[in-house]
Design a protein around this ligand. Structure first.
Ligand code: ZN
Length: 300
């Protein structure tokens, strides 16, 4: 039988769910591929060999090959994202410039375009939305201030997500699920349905799941925890701040960490207000966190 190309929607109980046109195939992978931890991710395009059809809606298959990825997010593992939607609340919990910069950094390093969503607009402290816009919009990050509850701003966000494979990331309590529901009430975020069908009991997965939405897909990503920067190198932190590069010509040393070096174009740009102070503070905090993580690793 000829091979089919499909999109991996999720991994669940040892099976991969692969969308081919209107049909979802429940797939196993070839033995050799299982040995590689990152051999398959949500969002992968794969070639599968369909098996014998067992019932009217039971399509099974064997995944033979993963097609080349355009990008890859290691945690949670996802491939081929068109957009990373960094989601925060304006209040409860408060917006965190540091956490926003960490999430944007992960996407930047994975070469995934990102936007910022600020939910709970009705609770925003005076000036917050303007402050966030002033920092991120000049860098090319679009900022969408919305209220999932009242619907303010949701239409513009929906329009921007249309037709894309999007992953939502952000701290818990910011209203990611209600934002996704406000965008499309048909997107069903509930899990556990599959486990009932295949009778294996409840099972929580750390895999992100792609849900169909307006000719594209949406994924709510599982919690990022405290390990956001694990495995990141100092040079990567530099590269994750897209606005630094244009000022590095002014650094005496190459590479420059933009910290203790006496002549540094980046530090000058911060002093002159050309680079936002909050971004530079996030950068320093991330360097310190990377250093501590490495120290911990070294002690093991
Ligand atoms: Zn420098």
């Amino acid at each position: 039988m000829s091979e089919l190309q499909g999109l991996v929607l999720k991994n669940y109980n040892g099976y991969y769910y692969v969308q081919v046109g209107e049909v979802t195939y429940t797939c196993k992978v070839k033995g050799k591929m299982k040995q590689n931890r990152f051999s398959l991710a949500t969002g992968d395009q794969v070639l599968l060999e369909p098996g014998e059809q067992k019932g009217a809606c039971a399509y099974e298959g064997m995944i033979k090959k993963v097609l080349p990825r355009k990008n890859f997010l290691p945690r949670p593992i996802m491939a081929n994202l068109d957009l990373f939607v960094v989601t925060f609340a304006c209040a409860t919990p408060d917006f965190s410039f540091l956490l926003a910069d960490k999430l944007l950094a992960l996407a930047e390093l994975a070469q995934i375009p990102s936007i910022l969503v600020l939910n709970k607009l009705d609770q925003a402290p005076a000036g917050l939305v303007d402050e966030v816009r002033a920092v991120y919009e000049p860098l090319g990050y679009k900022v969408f201030a919305i209220s999932a509850q009242s619907g303010t701003g949701v239409a513009a966000l929906r329009e921007h997500l249309k037709g894309k494979i999007c992953a939502f990331g952000g701290p818990s309590g910011v209203g990611k699920s209600s934002t996704i529901n406000a965008i499309d009430s048909k997107v069903d975020l509930r899990t556990g349905e599959v486990s009932e069908k295949i009778g294996r009991g409840k099972h929580t997965t750390r895999f992100a799941q792609l849900l169909p939405f307006d000719e594209g897909y949406i994924a709510d990503t599982p919690g990022f925890g405290n390990l956001l920067l694990e495995g990141m190198e100092q040079e990567q932190a530099v590269a994750a701040f897209r606005e630094f590069a244009q000022y590095e010509g002014g650094c005496r040393f190459c590479p420059c960490s933009h910290t203790h070096e006496p002549v540094c174009g980046v530090k000058e740009a911060v002093a002159a207000g050309q680079i936002a102070a909050s971004r530079y503070e996030s950068y320093l905090a991330m360097l310190e966190e990377i250093r501590l993580l490495k120290e911990k690793e070294g002690r093991k």
